[in-house]
Design a protein around this ligand. Structure first.
Ligand SMILES: O=P(O)(O)OC[C@H]1O[C@H](OP(=O)(O)OP(=O)(O)O)[C@H](O)[C@@H]1O
Ligand code: HPA
Ligand SMILES: [Mg+2]
Length: 158
């Protein structure tokens, strides 16, 4: 992963709101027979969307992308998705370079692919998303954040 100058921290409330907005959009794309979460980032959004669409069949595709010198490396599929991709809804938290999405699409060519956030490089690979952020923005998800103190605005002025 490269150094990203801009940051986009997402709170639990915002994530819930954005996941529900995605569920609204997906209502007209279904019906879906099941939700496939891309671990690990897709797990929380998948739970919210499955609840809103009243889908009880949930599966995962478990993927690790090794990092070497802060760079995204080879993708390793630890657990494959179902063989028949027809009618499945794939959920991930975001698409960035599109490497993960491309790999999962190859395994699930007939599924609908949805993410909450999308960066320009990966956006053409997904079927549905809610919010686009620029390629040089790093999204921080609530499960990677903690409460901390911040200095008054006036002291951070250059
Ligand atoms: O479009 P890409 O460049 O492939 O990046 C997007 C992927 O990267 C993140 O997952 P990560 O591999 O960091 O693992 P995690 O979901 O377990 O956090 C994110 O959850 C997406 O799955
Ligand atoms: O912007 C991001 N945020 C968190 N994880 C990621 N994995 C790829 N891009 C990102
Ligand atoms: Mg992920």
């Amino acid at each position: 992963m490269s150094e990203e100058p801009k940051t986009f921290p997402v709170s639990w409330e915002q994530l819930h709101r954005d996941a529900k907005a995605l569920a609204w959009r997906l209502m007209e794309k279904g019906p879906f027979k099941g939700v496939l979460a891309i671990t690990r980032g897709g797990l929380v959004p998948a739970a919210i969307i499955a609840r809103e669409l009243d889908i009880r069949l949930i599966d995962t595709v478990c993927i690790v992308s090794y990092t070497e010198d802060n760079k995204r490396g080879e993708l390793q599929v630890l657990k494959a998705p179902p063989k028949d991709s027809q009618g499945w809804l794939i959920i991930d938290d975001l698409v960035d370079t599109g490497k993960t999405a491309r790999a999962v699409r190859e395994l699930m060519p007939h599924a609908h692919f949805a993410t909450i956030y999308a960066k320009p490089e990966g956006r053409p690979i997904v079927d549905s998303f809610i919010t686009e952020v620029s390629q040089d923005t790093w999204i921080y998800f609530p499960w990677d954040l903690g409460l901390q103190t911040v200095p008054p605005l006036i002291r951070s002025r250059g």
